[in-house]
Design a protein around this ligand. Sequence first.
Ligand code: ADP
Ligand code: MG
Length: 625
Amino acid sequence: MGYIELNVLNQPVAPQQQGALGIDLGTTHSLAAIWKDGRPQVLRVEGESALVPSVVHFPREGAPVVGQAAREQAIAAPKDTLFSIKRFMGRGLGDVQQELATLPYAASETERGLIQLEVHGRKYTPEQLSALVLRKVHETASRALGETAPTRVVVTVPAYFDDTQRQATRDAARLAGLEVLRIVNEPTAASLAYGLDQRDKGVVVVYDLGGGTFDVTVLSIEEGVFRVLSTAGDTHLGGDDFDAALVTLARAEIAAAHGAEVLADAGCQQALRLACERCKIELSSAPRGEIHLVIPERRLAWRREVSREEFEALVAPLVERSMAACRQAMSDAKLAPERIAEVVLVGGSSRIPAVRARVAAFFGRKPHSELNPDEVVALGAAVQAHILVGGKRDILLLDVTPLSLGVETMGGAVSKIIQRNSTVPCSATEGFTTYADDQTGIDFHIVQGERELAADCRSLGRFKLRGIPPMPAGMAKVGVRFHIDADGVLTVTAKEEGSGASASIDVQPMHGLTDAEVEGMLASSFEHAKDDFEARRAADLATEIGTMVHAVEKNLNAARAGLDKESLLDLEEALARAKAAARDRDARALQKARDEFERASLPLAALLMNNVAQKALMGRSLDEV
Ligand code: ADP
Ligand code: MG
């Protein structure tokens, strides 16, 4: 997954409106930047942070509260205050059980399988919640600019976001009244912010340690063209875990001093979490920090000094987890760390000195940190927005599909149409045909994944092609075209060539995949390569047998009339065995049954060939032969 950049621009946007915003819609924070005076600039209101916490609070009455004010409500009303909304974008309930286990929200599913979070008995989709965050970001941008900010935007997403997650991000922006010019990968944006597209050649690593997630992306740049070589990460590693390490330390000591029940309620837990986060941030710039917890309602005031050494020892295992992902990304890219020309730090947690030191040591070079790591993605999005509104028209950012896409074929096998790591936009067409005589419709099942059987892949959608004129099996010519647009949204079209009958589907958000799932699916495709091969072979053999059974049964009358007793008996037995084997799905048994069946049907084939030859001969005069 990732992207490539080409020196073309397909559709410059008409300049009816001045400029466009770049928006980093983050798990923890969101912010906007814009191109001004020849460079990208973060939009911040004097005296305020540019970062809008991606948090929505629903008071019992009145309008929802978003951003910093919402974050402050987390202590008093944890259940009515929604964090980490990005984790739910484009996902179904089944995808996010792990997230829900750690968050105090009630959740349900829409009939389309999309998750909804419940507050005060009302249900909100992640798109609606993200729209509230985006609206807040836009409003902040307008206040910073002193006029209404542009409504055309470029929004960033993690490189591993699949098409349903990207689509959900687009929908959120639309709900917020924004027009999305493009969805761009976060590592791409970060590289653009550093102007790394200007360098002529080299490999760049983007290390992004945010609030709740970590990802590392290896990009090659050549003559302004970026290509993702690999990406790895951990969807549950980020600043929250660093806070949690301090919380664990503090809890034990508070419990010892004041009794365990002090920290039982959710509000106190939030207060402690925030106190620990403040201490962590302090430790990034000072050798000592302090956890200072004050809960007036409980008459609790507690302080604990933490040294940088103590903190670093606590979080060393977390830092090492991120390094394991770096090692993975390097090995996937088949590169040694010495080959890396530049390293870019992204995400607030990359400010931690121990993290920087470890990254520098691993890659053997000082990482870029001249730009604020929590602003760099928004800055890059503003560069991209500027390019798209025609200010600079030399780069187009494209993505690469994370997993292969294909359709289920007869017998449950998968025919891959777009291979994983294909650059998007892309399209590919493959020919299919009917399985039965006079079949007038085909069901298409679109799947994503590397496994050989559809049942082991992720289902993306189904649609039907109707109106195929009746004809013998195998005669219809159906072209199935997969097209992925620049935002990674997939459209599948099927068309029967003879009649022109066609049908298509836009793959709508149904289920999303986490990067962990993508990794899992890739890993399982290797793990199961042998089983899959067997299963695929079984599926293909069963299909083949099905076709043979159909042909033989159709000609059984001819066989009874024309075959000798022994051949007929042999054929009937082989037919029965083949049907039984097709039900069992054991590749070995299938192979044996297929071979026997083929052998047993040879006399019938010869008979039919003779008949056909005779018919052909009878239709012609002798001298033609
Ligand atoms: P996301 O991209 O997930 O929205 P950010 O890049 O905004 O996240 O990073 C947020 C995380 O960075 C939070 O966990 C926050 O505590 C942490 N953070 C911010 N500043 C610092 C700092 N100076 N030192 C350590 N951690 C920091
Ligand atoms: Mg981020």
